[in-house]
Each structure stands twice: as C-alpha cells, then as structure tokens.
Design a protein around this ligand. Structure first.
Ligand SMILES: NC(=O)c1ccc[n+]([C@@H]2O[C@H](COP(=O)([O-])OP(=O)(O)OC[C@H]3O[C@@H](n4cnc5c(N)ncnc54)[C@H](OP(=O)(O)O)[C@@H]3O)[C@@H](O)[C@H]2O)c1
Length: 263
C-alpha cells in the first residue's frame, strides 16, 4: 500500500485526505492519505524520517521545506514555494489549480488586467499562473505594502510584457480574509465592482465568501476556491501516480463529498 499525507501546522482543518481518498476510491488505488501535524521544531525530524511515497505541504511550510529537498521543478523554483513533494523533489501545483479553476469556469485571462490581493505563497502561485495565461497586466495589493512592492518587482522581471494598469478586470483574493470562522470580513471595499468584473477567491471554506457574495450582488462573475483546491490535489496525484488522473476523474463525487465537509 502506498502512503501519502499532508503536513502543516495546524492541520486538523485540512480536507486533502477527503479529496485524495475519493481519488483512490474512483481509481481503485491501494493507498492511504493522512493528516500529519508537524510543528516547526519537528520539521527536520519529519524530513529525516520520512518514508512516504509523497506528501502535500500546507501553511506554514511551503517555503521552509525547500532547504530539505534535493531539487525543485521549474514552477516551484520560480514561485519559491512547494505544496507537493515526490521523492526528494518539490513541486508547486497551486498555480495549476488556480489556472484550471479559471478555465473550468469559463474565465479568459489572456489580455486581462488582473489585481492580486495578498503577497504570500498563494499570491505568487496565482501571479505565475497569470503569467502563463498571458494576462495583460498583473498588480499586487497587500496589507504590508513593501511585500506587494517586492512581488511587483518579481513579476515585472518574470514577465517583461506586464503593463501595469489602473483598469482591473479580474480580482483575486489571495489572503485568508473571509475564511471561516471570520466570515464577515472582506479583503477590499467594493465601490467600483460591477458586472464587468471577475472576482476569484482562493478561500474555499466557506464556499461563497462575503467577498464573493458582494461581488454577485454587483453582478460580477465569481470563482470560488474549491475548484482550485480540487485541481491542485489532482495535479499532485498526477505527479505521484505518473498518469493523468486529472483527465479521467469524475469531478462531481469529489465536489459533493468536499462540500458536505465545509462549514
Ligand atoms: N484553494 C486552494 O487550493 C488554495 C491554495 C493555496 C492557498 N489558498 C489560500 O490562500 C490564502 C493565502 O495563503 P498563503 O499561503 O499565501 O498565505 P501566506 O503566505 O501566509 O500569505 C498571507 C497573505 O494574506 C495577507 N493577510 C493575512 N491576514 C490578513 C488580514 N487580516 N488582513 C489583510 N491581509 C492579510 C498577508 O499580508 P501581510 O503580508 O501583510 O502579512 C499575506 O499577504 C489562504 O486563505 C489559503 O487557504 C488556497
């Protein structure tokens, strides 16, 4: 039996085991997927003793895991964050998850002006995805402005075609603001939102954040974080099992079981 896990601190809230066990059920794969609580002081012990076939990485280890790995794939290297490990190699599948969620919801990114709210690992993964999808402009807004400035410098180097613009078509929340249990909070105000905008959230609990609800009330198109979460997990399974699980999976049972676990 192959053994997989997700590591983080805290980890009790993680829905990754639900997602991966449903994948194993659908494909008849003999594998386990557990939540492993790793404290900062025990990360090195975990890495030294690790005998898993692969694992996902969540907050707060997406960056601090990197020195323990032998190599990074190209996207993890550029994003400087790892959410999937196979052998001694680190991968980033968050950017794939975001891109697939947007495509799956019929959102065209090419030639669109994009605002990323946040400046952490999710913001970098989304920024990388927007570069891959050839957005017209990518700008960052963050509570700590200096971090937004750093990411702007990073993206401009990565994407010389970036033409920072006052106009915004797509807004993506890459902060935890609005996540359960503080569900009334919104990451920015809504004065200028209308039916021409797309609002995407990386949060998936609740499925419809206050930010998305207000977007809907203004006529905007919305994308919730659950599709991104599912697609990043499927992309991890593609890496671990060496086959295109994501292409053959039946998404509806996965969505159903995950939605039943949300608050
Ligand atoms: N759906 C998915 O598959 C998926 C995948 C990855 C991440 N996510 C979600 O993305 C979000 C961010 O994750 P991350 O890994 O990027 O975290 P992170 O590296 O810790 O970054 C958090 C970002 O949010 C900002 N922030 C935190 N609390 C805030 C507050 N109260 N008000 C305003 N800004 C605040 C931080 O601003 P400062 O710089 O000022 O601290 C920082 O820019 C989380 O909600 C996570 O669940 C979802």
């Amino acid at each position: 039996m192959k053994q997989f896990a997700v590591i983080g601190d805290p980890i009790s809230h993680s829905l990754s085991p639900v997602l991966h066990k449903e994948i194993y059920r659908q494909f008849g794969i003999d594998a386990s997927f557990e939540k492993t609580h790793v404290t900062p002081a025990s990360l090195s012990i975990f890495m030294n003793r690790n005998v898993l076939d692969g694992f996902n990485v969540t907050i707060p280890y997406k960056e601090s895991i990197i020195p323990y790995l032998d190599a990074l794939d190209e996207s993890a290297e550029v994003i400087a964050a790892v959410n999937c490990v196979a052998g001694e190699i680190g991968y980033n599948t968050d950017w794939i998850g975001f891109l697939k969620a947007m495509v799956g919801n019929g959102i065209e990114i090419n030639e669109k002006n994009c605002l990323i709210i946040g400046a952490g690992g999710a913001a970098r993964a989304v920024g990388y995805a927007l570069v891959k999808a050839k957005a017209k402009s990518i700008i960052f807004q963050n509570r700590t402005k200096s971090r937004a400035d750093q990411l702007s410098a990073w993206i401009n180097k990565l994407y010389p075609e970036n033409e920072p613009s006052e106009r915004v078509d797509i807004l993506i929340n890459c902060t935890p603001v609005g996540m359960w249990p503080d569900t009334n909070a919104t990451p920015i105000d809504f004065q200028d939102i209308d039916e021409n905008h797309v609002l995407a959230d990386t949060i998936y609990n609740p499925l419809e954040t206050e930010w998305l609800k207000r977007g809907i009330s203004k006529g905007a198109k919305i994308v919730n974080g659950l599709d991104m979460f599912i697609a990043q997990g499927l992309a991890s399974a593609d890496i671990w099992f060496g086959e295109k699980i994501s292409k053959k999976i039946d998404l509806e049972p996965i969505k159903k079981v995950l939605k039943s676990k949300l608050c």
